[in-house]
Write a protein that binds this ligand. Structure first.
Ligand code: NAP
Length: 310
């Protein structure tokens, strides 16, 4: 049998992924056809990104699985025309990239770097940082990305707490879970990193109430998804000093509209959804391993729970 694979992602990715998927499937001994243009009723697998053009899966009558190039699946998880397994991207290259981005911004806040980099009045600012062992960092979301970031931060001696839906046991990380665990995880946090998926249960998880749990002047780092934060509440907390600064990579509307208050706010750094890209070399291996599994009758990896939404 030949596996027919439709590549449905933005145009620029095709010349990057086509040789990689071809190479890895050939090495795995999988017979396949890979194309950007297949009749829907001939397709076995869709390699998927939300900007690839496929939104109605009804005509894909022999589809075996949809394999997302993105870790976040909020744009497809509720698609009722999709009736086959949906796998998301869990890629160590993506996790490495996110760990670097998160660690960089945590260190930037911890060391107070901004005050020296932007110092227009040439002030002699003597503001040495405490050691990381005295800095409380909380990570909301301890999945593939949150756990990797937590491990890097504990290796630097930060006091790391985390929060997830189910219980976790991560060395040197104080793990909280479930509804009561959220307040415990946020209490007194000086730097908060959001690495939750965008689901109905996580919408506005940082809001006027939960922001008051943080240490005064806390820093927020959001590489998760825009809807995790109640924007009006964050802007109010930035204005009254409850939150000292926020670095935001993701937004409800992307690109962030030019007139959005975040752009002009002196205590907000906006980055354009660049915290961590899916890395083609490693991501193509993840995609190909799932196709190999599908063809061998083995269970797929990294399946999304459609009820939970991630
Ligand atoms: P993941 O492995 O699915 O981890 C998600 C974590 O969130 C898990 O620990 C999960 O708990 C927790 N969680 C989910 N719902 C929860 C709830 N209601 N209450 C408490 N905890 C909850 O996802 P990931 O691969 O780490 O990715 C996380 C997110 O990062 C993605 O969904 C995406 O939005 C974002 N992302 C952003 C970029 C970027 O460039 N900005 C790149 C990649 C990904 P359990 O462990 O108990 O399930």
């Amino acid at each position: 049998m030949t596996a027919n694979i439709l590549f449905s992602a933005r145009d620029a990715l095709w010349p990057v992924y086509e040789p990689l998927i071809t190479r890895y499937l050939t090495e795995a001994g999988v017979a396949f056809t890979l194309s950007r243009d297949l009749a829907p009723d001939e397709v076995d697998y869709v390699v998927y990104a939300p900007n690839g053009g496929v939104s109605d899966f009804t005509p894909f009558t022999r589809l075996k699985a949809v394999l997302s190039l993105w870790a976040g699946v909020e744009k497809i998880v509720g698609n009722e025309s999709l009736q086959v397994p949906l796998a998301r991207m869990v890629d160590h290259g993506l996790a490495e990239g996110m760990t670097e981005w998160v660690t960089g911004h945590v260190l930037r806040y911890h060391l107070g770097m901004d005050s020296h980099i932007v110092n227009p009045n040439h002030e002699w600012l003597f503001n040495p940082a405490p050691l990381a062992r005295d800095r409380k960092v909380t990570i909301l979301g301890l999945g593939a990305l949150g756990e990797a970031a937590a491990q890097a931060l504990t290796a630097l001696n930060f006091q790391v707490s985390g929060w997830s839906r189910s219980p976790k046991d991560i060395p040197d990380v104080t793990c909280h879970h479930g509804d009561p665990g959220l307040a415990e995880a946020l209490a007194g946090a000086e730097i908060v990193v959001l690495l939750l998926p965008d689901t109905p249960a996580t919408t506005n998880i940082l809001n006027a109430d939960t922001l008051t749990l943080l240490a005064p002047g806390a820093r927020i780092i959001n590489p998760g998804r825009g809807p995790l934060i109640d924007d009006d509440a964050l802007l109010a907390a930035l204005d009254n000093g409850q939150v000292g600064h926020a670095t935001l990579d993701v937004f409800r509307v992307e690109p962030l509209p030019a007139d959005h208050p975040y752009w002009a706010h002196p205590n907000v750094t906006v980055t354009p959804h660049i915290a961590s890209e899916t890395r083609p070399v490693t991501a193509a291996q993840v995609i190909c391993e799932n196709i190999r599994r599908g063809e061998a009758g083995e269970p797929f990896q990294h399946l999304v729970d459609r009820q939970l939404g991630y």
